[in-house]
Design a protein around this ligand. Structure first.
Ligand code: AMP
Ligand code: MG
Length: 321
């Protein structure tokens, strides 16, 4: 259901966003699949609908610079220069996030990607919603990014609550992603804003983070988050693994007896994968903060969002073997 992007429909769309629903909307790059970026359950729906087999950090879209300060903690001078010059526009900045930004938006990282799109419909929608809007491209996994409302309808037609029609998008490629590290702009993804334009204002752009710097800059990496604590699936845990350890447990619906854990977390007592996905990163962080030595986890069925959840857990468990 494609809706004309008039003021009335934009207001309806904004209400849907506030209510935790999904709205596809035009930006100057491609059509985005938008949800309230402060509502973890709404963001989980994005992953469900996109059928992505893994989580990736999403971009928060804002319409007003004031909103930036509610979601990010420190704005470096170089970042400020880039914002002043290129926003609204196809430039995404990766910044230190505040706690208000749920883990499912940043894939558990301490940073969040933010941009202000250069499209009046997008800006009106975000402004009316009154919340930052998390939005990846409005396509299913592995398919082309949509540059028209018809592309969105073809792929996601009955899975979104509204598609706002803003015609064809201008830029047609994704935004350029920059993270400023120690005052140096680092290119995390090339996109609609040419690197040369950034260099004119902010000096030489480094292409990607050099391997040897990665372990030294925690929280600043383009990596996906993985808990610092070793993680094992319960069917792989041996008695010696548990010996003299303070363990934390992460179960799906309910506690599985037989594991003497100092802390027990349940992903979703009702067994809802969407709730489990919404809670995953925050529960892993909680266990980490409780200083456990080992996290034991229950496997969940790799269906729907279970696939992305298990992908994250498997990566974390491989790391710790
Ligand atoms: P898009 O596919 O246009 O929605 O952009 C999302 C992409 O932005 C992700 O796949 C990452 O490559 C990048 N990204 C988002 N957040 C972060 C972050 N906190 N750190 C590094 N890269 C990020
Ligand atoms: Mg995409």
């Amino acid at each position: 259901m494609i809706s004309k992007a008039n003021i009335e429909n934009i207001k309806i769309a904004a209400g849907l966003i506030r209510d935790g629903k999904l709205v596809a909307f035009p930006t100057e790059t491609v059509y985005g699949l938008g949800a309230n970026g402060l509502d973890p359950l709404a963001v989980a729906k994005i992953f469900e609908v996109k059928q992505r087999p893994s989580f990736n950090p999403l971009i928060l879209h804002i319409s007003d610079i004031k909103e930036l300060h509610s979601i990010c903690s420190s704005i470096d001078d170089t970042v400020q220069i880039l914002i002043d010059k290129f926003w609204p526009g196809p430039l995404t900045l990766v910044l230190e996030k505040k706690d208000i930004v749920p883990g499912i938006v940043s894939s558990g990282l301490d940073t969040v990607a933010v941009r202000m799109p250069d499209n009046d419909i997008a800006l009106e929608l975000i402004g009316n919603a009154g919340v930052p809007v998390a939005a990846p491209s409005a396509n299913t996994f592995g398919m082309l990014s949509p540059t028209s409302p018809e592309h969105v309808e073809k792929q996601l037609g009955n899975k979104v609550d509204m598609i706002l029609d803003g015609g064809s998008t201008k830029v047609g490629v994704e935004s350029t992603i920059i993270q400023v590290i120690n005052h140096v702009p680092v290119l995390l993804r090339p996109g609609g804003l040419p690197v040369e334009e950034i260099e004119r204002l902010a000096g030489k752009v480094q292409i990607g983070i050099p391997m040897n710097e990665q372990p030294n800059s925690p929280g600043q990496l383009p990596f996906h988050y993985s808990p610092k604590v070793p993680l094992r699936f319960i069917d792989e845990v041996t008695q010696s693994d548990l010996l003299n350890k303070k363990t934390g447990a992460l179960f799906f619906k309910k506690e599985i007896p037989g594991y003497d854990s100092a802390s027990i977390k349940i992903l979703s007592p009702s067994g809802d994968l969407r709730i489990a996905a919404a809670n995953l990163f925050s529960l892993l962080h909680e266990l980490e903060n409780e200083m456990v030595d080992l996290i034991i986890v229950e496997r969940i069925e790799e269906k729907g969002l279970g696939l992305a959840i298990m992908d994250r857990l498997k990566k974390a468990s491989n790391k710790s073997h």
